[in-house]
Ligand binder design. Structure first.
Ligand SMILES: [Zn+2]
Length: 515
């Protein structure tokens, strides 16, 4: 049995989710839906990283118990599956899922059995925001380059993982393509890290520093397993690694592809630490790592800690699932940063979904009702001057497949958009209303048939990207037993922009859709 295992990272739940994580979820969902649509076996997994010290500190700051705090925020992350229409197969919460703790313990023991875990006294500068140690040279004026905070000086006896032992194997796996890292600049970044020398890293902390939160080290209850070791383990523990068996065989060991999606800030953990840990434990490494960039909002970084957050729930409530997914897929360049504004979201949705695709389908079905009493015309062989439209329809499957193999969601959606764009041009060029007036029934049939075929192709290809809109388009363009199309409906209404400029004020987004 073969299949593809697709994961997102599991975010810290120290605050509610922002649009940047929605991007990762939607990208993973598209890959999962696309492959399922091609008849492949797919398992799409996400989850939450509950065991971070950041969560503990955020709960303390909020004056709430850690369990209560973590549960509430985790629900806000896992709850995104509904507004974003995600086809998640499984989600794992590291603090409460019974599969996780035992799996992490087994993974630890496997690495210990390989001789890769040892105790050492260590002093270092630790940024809780990053949950990692920094060398002095990596700091900016003594502060974390990411958070701008002064890291804590930590001095304690910890467990260390023998990362240095795996540098050569890692380099080989990346260079021969067994472990593919996209885009190429991220691959080069990882190779640079490896060539710069890999040092063993601390994989536990004293139970006091961890505030008693986390998974104790097997056989050493005064130490808690490093939160990244714990969190990375989710990719295996959710496959019942603790007990072995069918899921592990099917979705990891025997899977055709093991695909991790992640943001550029956690590349080192996923492309260096994690594969080395897997090699140590005698497990296969991921086949694909795709690294996306960060979103900004009106030029400011969106992050849980910066305060500048776009709430994906509020966006979907105001503009709908299709519009939000479309912006994330259409405007974010492959692996690069992008700036979000409400105006851009509305612009994309109105230009392409309402005016472009929605209007096209509506026009075509309306004309078939007007000129052919709703009966779908059969013969399109003699549609004149339709080469550009025909080739957009013919080329789309190959273009989409190639783009998604490259994790290029913008290029993939462009191929769908090209069909709509060419079809709209074709309507204006072929002028079906004049053919009807002139009584040229054969040409009219051919033109309408070519256009209906284009609309059906758009519905089919959009299924992975905009499942809701795709279902409506497909339903609108499908004939009943009598060969008749349904009455035309407005499938993708225009969004009326908010009257005032609410850019950046995510709590006040408001707009309504015209029906
Ligand atoms: Zn930091």
């Amino acid at each position: 049995m073969t299949g593809t295992y697709i994961t997102t990272t599991i975010p810290y739940v120290n605050a509610r989710p922002h649009l940047g994580f929605a991007l990762e979820l939607v990208q993973a969902d598209v890959l999962a839906r696309y492959r399922r649509g091609n008849g492949e076996q797919v398992r799409f997994q996400t989850g939450t990283d509950d065991n971070s010290l950041k969560n503990v500190l955020a709960a303390q700051a909020a004056g709430v118990g850690v369990r209560e705090f973590v549960d509430a925020n985790a629900a806000a992350f896992t709850g995104l599956a509904e507004p974003l229409n995600l086809s998640v197969d499984d989600l794992i919460r590291t603090s409460s899922d019974p599969r996780h703790k035992e799996g992490v313990e087994r993974f630890w023991k496997a690495c210990a059995a390989s001789g890769d875990l040892y105790r050492k006294h260590y002093e270092g500068l630790y940024c809780v925001g990053c949950e990692q140690f920094y060398a002095s040279a990596e700091l900016a004026d003594g502060r974390c380059p990411d958070h701008g905070t002064v890291p804590d000086l930590v001095s304690e006896e910890n467990w260390f993982f023998r990362l240095s032992r795996y540098a050569g194997q890692l380099r080989d796996l990346i260079q021969d393509g067994s472990l593919r890292i996209e885009p190429a600049e991220r691959r080069n970044e990882v190779l640079g890290l490896i060539d710069g020398g890999l040092e063993d890293f601390s994989v536990s902390r004293g139970i006091e520093r961890a505030h008693g939160w986390g998974i104790p080290v097997p056989g050493d209850p005064n130490q808690v397993i490093y939160v990244w070791w714990d969190a990375l383990g989710n990719y295996l523990t959710a496959l019942d690694y603790a007990v072995g068996g069918e899921n592990l065989d099917r979705w990891w060991t025997g899977a055709t592809r093991r695909v991790h999606l992640l943001g550029k800030g956690v590349l080192r953990f996923h492309a260096v630490y994690w594969p080395a840990m897997l090699l140590s434990a005698g497990q296969a490494v991921p086949t694909d790592i795709f690294v996306h960039g960060y979103l900004t909002e009106n030029g400011r970084k969106i992050s849980k800690s910066s305060g500048a957050t776009v709430d994906p729930y509020a966006l979907v409530a105001s503009y709908g699932t299709d519009a939000v997914r479309w912006w994330l897929l259409r405007e974010v360049p492959r692996g690069a940063d992008a700036d979000f504004t409400v105006e851009r979201l509305i612009g994309r949705a109105n230009d392409e979904l309402a005016n472009g695709i929605g209007n096209l389908v509506n026009r075509v079905v309306t004309m078939i009702h007007r000129y052919r009493a709703g009966r779908a015309p059969a013969d399109r062989a003699s549609a004149p001057d339709s080469e550009a439209l025909d080739s957009a329809v013919r080329n789309a499957p190959g273009l989409i497949a190639g783009a998604l193999e490259d994790f290029d969601f913008r290029r993939a959606t462009e191929a769908v958009w090209q069909i709509a764009d060419e079809a709209n041009r074709y309507v204006n060029r072929a002028r079906p209303w004049e053919l009807a007036k002139a009584g040229d029934s054969a040409t009219l049939d051919a033109v309408l048939s070519a256009l209906l075929l284009a609309c059906q192709a758009i519905g089919a290809h959009l299924a992975a990207f905009l499942p809701d809109a795709a279902a409506r388009i497909t339903g609108q363009c499908a004939t009943d037993e009598a060969g008749l199309l349904p009455e035309p409906a407005r499938l993708l209404p225009r969004i009326v922009p908010p009257l005032q400029d609410h850019s950046g004020a995510s709590g006040h987004l408001s707009a309504r859709a015209l029906h």
